[in-house]
Design a protein around this ligand. Structure first.
Ligand SMILES: Nc1nc2c(ncn2[C@@H]2O[C@H](COP(=O)(O)OP(=O)(O)OP(=O)(O)O)[C@@H](O)[C@H]2O)c(=O)[nH]1
Ligand SMILES: [Mg+2]
Length: 712
């Protein structure tokens, strides 16, 4: 392929609810442009996109797939994204490098959950956006209703540029009110005939043509004046006005297509060529992390931004990038801004699904791939040595659910760890945590499907099997009242004896609490615990009954028991310990003895101080369409959820509530079932709160049955 300049490169992301027809549309575009000579179908598992085994198995997209084609004098880079919201990470990365979003709507189902979710991102990023109403050949197709729903959900700025004639099984024509012409497609689809608009359609076409002109003029004063003066705008004026309004995210043109019948893809590509922005035409240029603009200039310094990495059996390790500035050439040496590693740009590729074509250079604004980089990852910037330009990272959505992961076969733990790490490399929304506290590997993901795909990939690609188990809860322990006690440790078995006696007071710690009554504080140590909360250790020894050199040992003992709490083995927090008396033996007293005495004295006092188990509580915000609000509200209390407040956001209600992590782990699938997957939620850790007595009792019994003896 020849090298295109930035002006003639268009980067579009195909977006939309699962099943709306993005992959099929991509196939039709590739076919129309002559990039492929035969169209595949999702059903036959032979499309260019959806080429991975798991996508063949699922019959829908799991990953975003890079495609490219030439249409007239333009190069169009297409990113076919997955519609299932568990794979939203792929969409977010695609939106970072695409200059235009094409939201595909099924004319049968209208605006769906996935459409609304994606719209929120295009709104957030102010992505220039157009709509393609697909499946117009289907019997149940309802174009008008779909347009109405889109206007209702996404605003009046959604503006019809095309409408279908003979919608349904006889679909064969589209009226275009920008060009004021009708496209009539041959039965097998493909290149349409351009015909005058039939008289029967004149009145409707004119009405929509004027609506389009008004929508354009509304966003451009000069054009508004011209329109008022002339009552009309010519096609070029309309095109320029549309372009400006799209770039400013103020107008969303809507097109018609039947991807399966191969009708309409050409016109959409024509519009993308002529009107959609190139990377150097965006409303705001990309800013580097210092807030300086990075001009999309082929003559500027070379800057590559890594937005995707894959490693597949039949493709190998491939790193995808966008050229933010300059021209990337074969043989270049660049430096990774994050890892500091020098990377040699050996072979440069443009990619079409699993096929790749070597190219010599790629200019600013273009998208390509390289192989075999040493230490470069998603969100990294490659630039010239001594350059300070760093492209800001993509903010991937936070995980929604978590699960415990265990190797099915003992001894494969390391293999599982390596494989999970690789999965995270390729999908930053899959987050792995090896929790030392919980002695568990936890996988964080966007949803059940996301976890299912991860398991499939571990089995099929990494040849390792895992079991998903309930994730453990990082409970905390504390006490609710003061108690005092003592422990004498005495051991006289062959060899050196051990003797230590420690008397202490333990009490709940809170900031600004008064010193303990009736004892003299000789020394205070305040420890911020790595798991949160504090331990305050007071040396209240008088008369040297315990030598100062043994105090650290006592503290060590206390800290051991704080790490492995007396109640259920969880971390303890917010406790004040005052050691106020004790006994030593001139020979048998040593650090080990006092550590042991510290452990037991603390444990006994702790258990007498009305110990309490605390659980992590999360602030959640549930965004739910009006019609499901009642169900969500009435469901929350059954999950120990406490409703804090509510807010309205367009057609949605935002419910703020608090929920224990123990319940939150199951909430994702519950909410999806309750609201037909139309509600979403975010969760943020809030604080620790006491668990209900029943829950404590159950956990203490479980620990007594399984855990307690472990420490003896
Ligand atoms: N009749 C008809 N069927 C279509 C059309 N476009 C797509 N389909 C069918 O709709 C189903 C889903 O199509 P895909 O292209 O996989 O949809 P998608 O948007 O890529 O779905 P995800 O990858 O899950 O996000 C497939 O069975 C297609 O054959 C169309 O224009 N008309
Ligand atoms: Mg798809």
């Amino acid at each position: 392929m020849k090298t295109y300049d930035v002006q003639h490169i268009k980067n579009v992301a195909l977006l939309g609810h699962s099943g709306s027809g993005k992959t099929t549309l991509a196939e039709s575009m590739l076919f129309e442009s002559g990039t492929i000579s035969r169209r595949g179908t999702v059903e036959e598992r032979n499309t260019v996109s959806d080429y991975t085994d798991i996508e063949h198995e699922r019959g829908s997209s799991v990953f975003s797939t890079m495609l490219n084609l030439e249409w007239r004098d333009y190069k169009i880079n297409i990113i076919d994204t997955p519609g299932y919201d568990d794979f939203i990470g792929e969409v977010v990365a695609a939106l970072r490098v695409a200059d235009t979003g094409v939201i595909v709507l099924s004319s049968v189902n209208g605006v769906e959950v996935g459409t609304e979710l994606i719209w929120r991102y295009t709104e957030q990023y102010k992505t220039p956006t157009l709509f393609a109403v697909n499946k117009l050949d289907m019997e149940q197709s309802k174009f008008e209703r779909t347009v109405e729903q889109a206007k209702e959900r996404f605003g009046r700025a959604v503006t019809v540029v095309q409408y279908p004639i003979n919608e349904g099984t006889g679909f064969d024509s589209i009226v275009d009110v920008l060009k004021m012409t009708m496209y009539k497609f041959p039965p097998q689809g493909g290149k349409p005939e351009k015909l005058p608009i039939p008289d029967s359609e004149r009145e409707k076409a004119n009405r929509l043509h004027n609506e389009l002109i008004e929508a354009i003029a509304e966003n451009d004063e000069t054009l508004m004046d011209k329109y008022f003066a002339q009552g009309e705008l010519d096609e070029d004026e309309m095109r320029n006005g549309l372009k400006k309004a799209m770039i400013r995210h103020q107008l969303f043109p809507l097109f018609c297509v039947s991807a399966k019948a191969n009708m309409g893809a050409g016109r959409i590509m024509g519009f993308i060529d002529n009107v959609a922005p190139s990377s150097n035409e965006l409303a705001t240029p990309i800013m580097d992390t210092n807030g300086n603009p990075i001009p999309c200039d082929p003559n500027g310094p070379p800057v590559m931004f890594i937005f995707k990495a894959i490693s597949e059996p039949n493709v190998g390790d491939m790193t995808f990038f966008k050229v933010q500035s300059g021209t990337i050439k074969h043989g270049m040496d660049l430096m990774n801004a994050q890892t500091g590693v020098h990377e040699h740009i050996g072979h440069l590729y443009i990619v079409d699904g699993k096929k790749r074509e070597e190219v010599h250079e790629l200019v600013a604004g273009d998208i390509g791939a390289v192989v075999k980089l040493k230490n470069t990852h998603v969100n990294n910037t490659l630039h010239e040595k001594n350059s300070s330009v760093v492209v800001p990272s993509i903010e991937f959505p936070r995980p929604k659910i978590r699960i415990g992961v265990e190797a099915t076969k003992k001894g494969e733990e390391e293999k599982v760890g390596t494989a999970l790490h690789q999965l995270h490399e390729e999908d930053p929304t899959l987050v792995v945590e090896h929790s030392h506290e919980l002695h568990q590997t936890i996988l964080y993901a966007q949803g059940e499907m996301h976890l299912g795909v991860a398991k499939w990939r571990l089995h099929n690609r990494f040849k390792v099997d895992v079991n998903f188990v309930d994730p453990k809860i990082p409970y905390r322990e504390t006490i609710q009242r003061q108690s005092r006690g003592m422990y004498r440790h005495k051991k006289q078995s062959g060899g050196a004896g051990q003797f230590a006696e420690v008397h202490m007071i333990v009490e709940p710690y809170h900031a600004g609490m008064p010193p303990p009554a009736g004892i003299t504080v000789r020394g205070t140590e305040e420890h911020d615990l790595p798991w949160g909360g504090k331990l305050v250790f007071l040396n209240c020894i008088v008369g040297g009954v315990i030598d100062a050199r043994f105090m650290p040992a006592i503290l060590k003992g206390v800290m051991d028991k704080m790490t492995n709490g007396p109640l259920t083995g969880c971390h303890a927090r917010d406790i004040r310990v005052a050691v106020f008396d004790g006994k030593m033996h001139p020979v048998d007293s040593n650090e080990a003895a006092f550590k042991t005495a510290g452990i037991h004295a603390f444990k006994d006092c702790f258990m007498q101080a009305d110990p309490k188990l605390l659980e992590p509580i999360y602030d959640i915000t549930v965004t739910v369409p009006d019609e499901f609000m009642g169900d969500v509200l009435s469901d929350l209390p059954s999950r120990r959820g406490v409703i804090i407040g509510m807010d309205t956001d367009g057609h949605y209600q935002k419910i703020n509530a608090r929920m224990p992590l123990a319940e939150l782990d199951k909430y994702s699938s519950g909410l999806r079932a309750m609201t037909q997957a139309r509600a979403t939620y975010t969760a943020e850790f809030a604080e620790y709160q006491p668990v209900p007595p029943m829950v404590q009792q159950k956990l203490v019994q479980e620990y007594a049955a399984h855990g307690a003896h472990a420490e003896e």
